[in-house]
Write a protein that binds this ligand. Structure first.
Ligand SMILES: Nc1ncnc2c1ncn2[C@@H]1O[C@H](COP(=O)(O)OP(=O)(O)O)[C@@H](O)[C@H]1O
Ligand SMILES: [Mg+2]
Length: 216
């Protein structure tokens, strides 16, 4: 697996921490099982079942990291319409009632892989929906053109903690114990493969803007 998916510095620390937690749990449960084995076999067995579950979780987390490393751009970049890719992506997104997605009025064209771009847009739009903390939500998508092309996804959800913004793109960012939390890592890898990047910034008074920057 290409090691750059593991990130650097703080990103790698965060990833190691996420894997250490379930390992510590396993050690603790094994100690407890050893202590109760003679006196209370039923409890010891239950503890071993928990150990087995935790090992399954670690395996799922490693599989998810591995899957991020497997993501690659399939097709050669060609000039495409970003609005067409966005519209197709959003047609396949289940938008809950009370959630509004605003698309840009005009189109912009870029040299990019449409399949990869659709995958990345889908992860970002789905996050705006999934991680929103209110019944009513809004996601406004806009473009900026110049030396680069920027596609911004501005939501009015809870935003991100600053350490999460700094770690953006590392696997297991969601801190899930079951191997989820790799959506943004996949999206980042795809966009980097196109020579672009994904960045995040919190909004005032609330919300998050995720920006996909692509070479013009
Ligand atoms: N639009 C958003 N608003 C608030 N938090 C977000 C948003 N998008 C992503 N996040 C945070 O970043 C984490 C990582 O996202 P992702 O890699 O897609 O994993 P997942 O969605 O499976 O948790 C999420 O768990 C969430 O905490
Ligand atoms: Mg996600």
């Amino acid at each position: 697996m290409p090691y750059e998916v593991l990130g650097t510095g703080a990103q790698l620390d965060g990833l190691i921490h996420d894997l250490q937690n379930p390992l510590r749990g396993i050690q603790l449960y094994l100690d407890m099982a050893r202590e109760t084995m003679e006196t209370d076999a039923t409890s010891a067995r239950a503890l071993l079942t928990t150990v087995q579950e935790r090992i399954g979780n670690i395996a799922a987390m490693l599989d998810a990291i591995h899957a991020v490393g497997q993501v690659s751009i399939q097709t050669a970049p060609s000039e495409i319409s970003i609005s067409t890719v966005l519209e197709r992506t959003l047609q396949r997104t289940v938008v809950p009632s009370g959630f509004i997605i605003q698309l840009p009025d005009s189109d912009v064209r870029a040299k990019a892989d449409p399949v990869g771009l659709a995958l990345a847009f889908s992860e970002i739009a789905q996050n705006a929906i999934d991680h929103h903390d209110r019944a009513m939500g809004n996601l406004k998508i806009s473009y900026e053109t110049g030396r680069e092309i920027r596609v911004s996804f501005a939501d009015d959800g809870p935003g991100m903690a600053s350490h999460v913004i700094q770690e953006l793109g590392r696997p297991l960012l969601g801190g899930h114990k079951d191997g989820r939390g790799c959506g943004l890592a996949r999206a980042s890898r795809i966009i980097k493969g196109m020579g672009g990047e994904i960045s995040a910034a919190n909004r005032e008074p609330r919300g998050l803007t995720l920006t996909v920057t692509l070479p013009a």
